[in-house]
Design a protein around this ligand. Structure first.
Ligand SMILES: [Zn+2]
Length: 66
């Protein structure tokens, strides 16, 4: 016998998947991270040296269509 209400409950958000101040993995500077996927400050992201797992290839700007 399963409780139908259990399915209505929203899943608990992953730990750390909330906007918070985090430390940049590159420059160790404290910055405002919008979520779990943001581990590097915008300043470092904008640098060309940042290319670890990045989907932003030079010349490809389809993601900015929004
Ligand atoms: Zn940084």
């Amino acid at each position: 016998m399963t409780d139908p209400k259990a399915e209505l409950r929203p899943p608990a958000p992953a730990r750390g998947d909330v906007p918070a101040e985090r430390q940049c993995l590159r420059c160790k500077a404290t910055f405002w991270s919008a979520g779990f996927g943001e581990r590097v400050c915008k300043r470092c992201k904008s640098q060309a040296s940042w290319k670890s797992g990045s989907t932003q290839a030079s010349g490809s700007s389809r993601r900015s269509s929004r």
